[in-house]
Design a binder for this molecule. Sequence first.
Ligand code: KIV
Ligand code: ZN
Length: 523
Amino acid sequence: MNPKRITIFDTTLRDGEQCPGASMNLREKLAIARQLENLRVDVIEAGFPVISEGDFVSVETIARELKTPVIAGLARCVDKDIDAAGEAVKPAGDRSRIHVFLATSKIHREYKLAKAEDAILRLAVEGVKRARTYVEDVEFSPEDASRTEPEFLVKVCRAAIDAGATTINIPDTVGWAVPAQFEALIRRLYESIPEFQSGNAIISIHCHNDLGLAVANSLAAVQAGARQVECTMNGIGERAGNAALEEIVMAIRTRPDAFPELECTINPEEIVRTSRLVARMSGLTVQRSKAIVGENAFAHSSGIHQDGILKKRETYEIMDPIEIGWGKTELPLTKHSGRAAVASRLEFLGFKMSREEINAILSRFKEIGDKKKFVYDNELAALARGQIAEAPETWSLDYVGVTSGTVTVPTATVQLKRVRAEASGKDNVLRDASLGDGPVDAAFKAIERLTRTGGRLKDYSLQSASQGKDALGEVTVKVEFEGQKTVYGTGASTDIIEASAKAYLDAVNRFLWQSDHHDKTEP
Ligand code: KIV
Ligand code: ZN
């Protein structure tokens, strides 16, 4: 093992997907996995196979389709979890990994697991051993490691290595760590366990961002000897998220003086494209001022800065935006762009689509092209995302019309078409009208009546997918069904009422699909 090599372990599809609202379907996950392969990450944690049929299938499919990265499946130290992970990663052959985890901190031992230290040690060893019956490459995580008593943490790591784990991941599960302390903890582990020094096992770290310190803690750990970094694109993840892949990679590349001779195989030119794809597929937009990948990351507005940049770029830029993939977007498409141009642009944006799907996007693309001068990448991607998400559709929107004004009661008329097969005798095209507090509310109420679903709108956001007054509006809604199931939906159109109706219907479709097919159980 090269002691200077940093393994990039991407968990966008597992921890990233645990971010509220980031739930993705199989095709969306596969598109991201393929792009992560282009980015050249070393390991992709593709999911938590025991959690649902959908998670199992996506890990299995990613393990089958991808050719270079190691594919990991997550499991608790529980037989059924490990068996599911072992089966799901099997198609990756000698690139398959099982990642088992078990909480070790006092608070988790006492309140969550009600188990003493010796029972935890025994379960960890049994879990690693069982995983080794499926794969050679086993990673063990003592969950909440940063709050675990260091002596016990060393003991657990020692036992996991003796049982056959070759990667020991130290999660800062609740984002509690601070850099100097975390660095000291990693150094202590490195110095206490000879396998870390000989390279027969490596220390990994997995930092959460509750105090905004995930990247700082990860980099401090690297300086203390950690050689695998677990991270997600755009930093998405449970609660405040995980360490952002792009920030870790660019910090190591930009500051060789602080990280002497360390290397990773990431292709930085794919960073922006990957970031955009993840934002599109997960529906989690990137904050404008986000480091490396935010719209403003390389925008210089002050005259003094602009003047400096023109004289010498390095006066105000510590990284070359071209090297990260900025500026690679081509001229926007117009209504005159043909099928081939749209198809190749979609491929460039990371969407692998069938002929029929491209045709469907093309007709929507032409409609938009008729209304505005340019169709930008973001807009095309929004259309493609709609197309991808349409796979499990039960209802599609035929039309929505509204009347509203300062003195009229807002009214919406909606016509829906049933797409998914239903018991015979039911109408396939339904129309209804409803009043509401505003035109959007009226449209939502009409959709509810037609689909016979009673949802409660918990959140609504409207974003422009591009520049200009004729920009495509992208709406995201969060809807609670049956008082407990929260579902997100997105919709895009140049008309915000239509975008809103599409987003609401997307949420309804996802809810109906999940009710029929989802067997999600809490881990
Ligand atoms: O944050 C955490 O502790 C995790 C583990 C499963 C590694 O995500
Ligand atoms: Zn985590």
